[in-house]
Design a protein around this ligand. Structure first.
Ligand SMILES: NC(=O)c1ccc[n+]([C@@H]2O[C@H](COP(=O)([O-])OP(=O)(O)OC[C@H]3O[C@@H](n4cnc5c(N)ncnc54)[C@H](OP(=O)(O)O)[C@@H]3O)[C@@H](O)[C@H]2O)c1
Length: 333
């Protein structure tokens, strides 16, 4: 495993992190805790040191399943790894809708309650990287940053970040309490956050790329015949997994397959290597429940694509027709 600095404030993590959300949320019924505990231990053995979760990764029955899983599974390795979790989304348990809709809520008192819950479930007394999950239109960013600054002073949080925030939000937050990383959707199908790169470079902030495989599509393991359980698996409704999207994405998958052949790599590895080789401060966090894929994704950091190769890929992606890609679940306001 390779390691890299995430932002310029001292956080060093494995070049590929492990997104743990799909073990508990959005990718079918939650996985078996015993099996995932074994998988997480093997991830540590393989050199993964960066594990991503959030207080809302769960189901209506077990809303905090993922933090509970990680707390138990990673406890033996706590001093060797970095845990990232998130605040600022709350289940709307009073709406009468199941699964519970999510509401943005970054009021200072909510953040204070959230951090105590996350610390308890994660069985730790500090969170390495604490993100605001989504900006809250009702709470000024300065108030959020001020609250997190207090948590950092108290030693409950080491570094902090924002997820899916605008450049203005990033600058306002950073002015109050310097950010270490932002976490955004980023893949060959979702490149709109590249517009933030100059700001991130200027401020010394790293990018944690979530859904780096476009929810799995870029692994080239799915076809128009792939089906997902609409009750538990969000991919059933994602645009890139609709049967007519595979034709639209033919050119994209061909490009990835060709490079995979040239580099003796897999399509998933090429998809991750493309972003790893683009900037030394990008860390993808692909999610998987499977041991062989955990290994495969870690090895993406060993694949070298030259600047020229990355630029050629970008030029091809700029003009290539492709289907829409999932952009996130709308929040109730
Ligand atoms: N900040 C946010 O708002 C936000 C939003 C979404 C996600 N995230 C974080 O980002 C992480 C990753 O995103 P994601 O899970 O949505 O998307 P992803 O990493 O793009 O894709 C995950 C899917 O790809 C499959 N996969 C992974 N590696 C593979 C490989 N080598 N070959 C074939 N298939 C592979 C997995 O299936 P198997 O399990 O069957 O291998 C899983 O279904 C999440 O776990 C979460 O921690 C954050």
């Amino acid at each position: 495993m390779e390691y890299r600095n995430l932002g310029n404030r001292g956080l060093r993590v494995s070049a590929v992190g492990l997104g743990c959300m799909g073990m508990s949320h959005a990718y079918g019924a939650p996985a078996d805790h015993r099996e995932m505990t074994e998988l997480l231990a093997k991830a540590v053995d393989m050199g993964y040191t960066f594990f991503d979760t959030a207080e809302v990764y769960g189901t209506s029955e077990r809303p905090h399943d993922n933090e509970e899983l990680l707390g138990e599974a990673l406890r033996p390795y706590r001093d060797r790894i970095a845990i990232a979790t998130k605040f600022g989304l709350r289940f709307d348990t009073e709406s009468g809708i199941v699964p519970y809709p999510l509401l943005p809520d970054s009021r200072p008192e909510t953040i204070r309650r959230a951090v105590e819950g996350s610390l308890r479930r994660l069985q730790t007394d500090y969170i390495d990287l604490y993100y605001q999950h989504r900006p809250d239109p009702n709470v000024p960013m300065e108030d959020v940053a001020g609250t997190v600054a207090d948590l950092i002073k108290e030693g409950k949080v080491l570094y902090w970040g924002l997820s899916e925030a605008s450049e203005e939000d990033i600058r306002r937050a950073h002015a109050v309490c310097p950010l270490t990383a932002i976490q955004d959707r980023y893949s060959m199908m979702a490149r709109w956050h590249e517009a933030l790169f100059p700001t991130l470079e200027e401020l010394g902030i790293g990018l944690v790329a979530f859904s780096p495989l476009a929810n799995g599509l870029l692994s080239d393991c799915y076809t128009a015949a792939s089906r997902f359980d609409a009750r538990t698996d969000y991919r059933a409704a994602m645009p890139q997994f609709q049967p007519d999207s595979y034709d639209k994405n033919h050119g994209l998958l061909q490009l990835i397959r060709r490079l995979a052949g040239e580099k003796h790599a897999t399509p998933a590895q090429i998809s991750l290597a493309w972003m790893l080789c683009k900037k030394p401060w990008i860390v993808p966090i692909p999610g998987t429940r499977k041991l062989d894929r955990l290994k495969e994704n870690a090895q993406a950091a060993d694949i070298l694509l030259t600047d020229e190769e990355v630029e050629q890929m970008d030029r091809a992606l700029d003009t290539m027709p492709m289907s829409d890609v999932f952009g996130g679940t709308a929040l109730r306001k």
